[in-house]
Unconditional design. Structure first.
Length: 62
């Protein structure tokens, strides 16, 4: 599970950096959720876990 959580964190980080670089906009947890729909099933994580990772990332980024 730790690898899956790390994978999601790194994905959200890369997505956020790309958004800032290309559009100059920081993504909110709600925006990130659109890109991570269905990822929990493939990674063996609950969907709420993936959402909480996105929330935690945006909180720490601010």
């Amino acid at each position: 599970m730790a690898r899956s959580v790390s994978f999601v964190w790194n994905f959200v980080n890369e997505l956020s950096q790309r958004s800032i670089k290309e559009r100059g906009v920081f993504l909110s947890a709600y925006d990130v959720q659109k890109y991570t729909n269905g990822a929990g099933k493939n990674l063996g994580l609950h969907s709420q876990t993936v959402q909480r990772i996105a929330v935690e990332y945006t909180t720490r980024r601010k």
